[in-house]
Design a protein around this ligand. Structure first.
Ligand SMILES: [Zn+2]
Length: 338
């Protein structure tokens, strides 16, 4: 196995006004992802929490919301008859329909629940089980109609800092015949790893991380939950589903395991006074070197004088930052998982 955990220690020395202008040293770590070789910068300082944001006023305004129960079956788009003859897909309380503003070949929305707003500690595993089941049904039916659409993202953008204008909890399901940048990087790197080593990168990584015990959170059935060595966002938690590359082949137990991990992560974020997040499940059919992956990251919370967490470093230098040491995050988040 050739998995290496490479890192550079950087240090900045300065005379601090907070310490009577004595010299202080502030460390930064640059870590290289063992698969993609992408660099991440782990900063060791953070701004203090401003406490929990009061959402009562924002959450009071659901009247115009197309995703609320009075509107969702009246005012949202319907699928083409050839794909979903009944127009929309409903499982439990979740409702799936095409996105009126798609960004690719097939864009859908899954409204997760009738509630217009949920705090991060109010999401339940059942909500995600139903939402992911609708997403899977959308993907299966679309692929039956157009088998070339092999590349899928099932994502959630929660609140304005996460890029969502709509407060009402929902997923995005996006399918294309071509991969995104991230998909191509993962596929190329996973495939080269297998060619060089004769093994599956994800299997080797799980084995190593389990042995080290510093970043491996827990298995839930055959989903391995861990913190990346080189995270690509704040408080990043990952889950890799053993034996699957596409979400379409998951059974009930595997969907439930994904749902539990998402909810556990959100509970931790809530305790940390965070309120906005993104996750993305990358699902690719017909690739034996790839294993289904979910990444969940927190965004800087919605608060007065909101601070965006994507600076010139991320958007112009493509160097992603994390604000907690991954091994610390793993230690802190473990108790939140079943
Ligand atoms: Zn609503």
């Amino acid at each position: 196995m050739e998995i290496k955990f490479e890192r550079f220690h950087l240090q900045s020395d300065l005379r601090s006004p907070l310490k009577g202008f004595e010299m202080i040293s502030v460390p930064t770590e640059v870590r290289i992802d063992p698969l993609t070789k992408r660099r991440s910068r782990i900063i060791t300082w953070g701004l203090p929490s401003q406490g929990k944001f009061d959402f009562s006023k924002m959450a009071e305004e659901p009247k115009e919301c197309f995703f609320c129960p009075d509107n969702v079956l009246q005012k949202t788009p319907q699928f083409l008859k050839e794909i979903v003859p009944e127009g929309r897909i409903c499982i439990g309380r979740a409702v799936g329909f095409p996105n009126l503003n798609p960004v690719g070949s097939y864009g859908s929305v899954v409204v997760l629940c009738p509630e217009h707003f949920l705090h991060l500690d109010q999401f339940t595993p059942e909500i995600y089980e139903e939402g992911l089941s609708v997403a899977i049904e959308i993907i299966q039916r679309t692929m039956a109609f157009d088998p070339d659409t092999r590349y899928w993202q099932i994502s959630q953008n929660f609140l304005l800092p996460g890029g969502s204008t709509i407060l009402h909890p929902h997923l995005q399901v996006i399918g294309d015949p071509i991969p995104t940048n991230e998909m191509e990087w993962l596929l190329n790197a996973s495939s080269s790893y297998t060619q060089r080593n004769g093994t599956l990168y994800w299997k080797d990584l799980t084995q190593i991380e389990k042995g080290l015990g510093k970043r491996y959170i827990t298995p839930i059935k055959n989903v391995h939950w861990f913190v990346s060595f080189a995270p690509i966002g704040f408080n990043e938690v990952c889950g890799s589903v053993e034996g699957h590359g596409s979400i379409t082949t998951l059974g009930k137990e595997e969907i439930a395991s994904l749902a539990k991990g998402i909810v556990s992560t959100l509970k931790y974020y809530y305790e940390k006074d965070l309120n906005s997040f993104n996750f993305s499940i990358t699902s690719i059919s017909g690739e034996t070197h790839y294993q289904l992956l979910i990444r969940i990251i927190s965004r800087t919370p919605l608060q007065p004088y909101y601070l965006n967490d994507y600076t010139s470093f991320e958007v112009l230098q493509s160097e992603l930052t994390a604000n907690i040491i991954p091994e610390e995050l793993c230690r802190e988040i473990r108790p939140y998982f079943p």
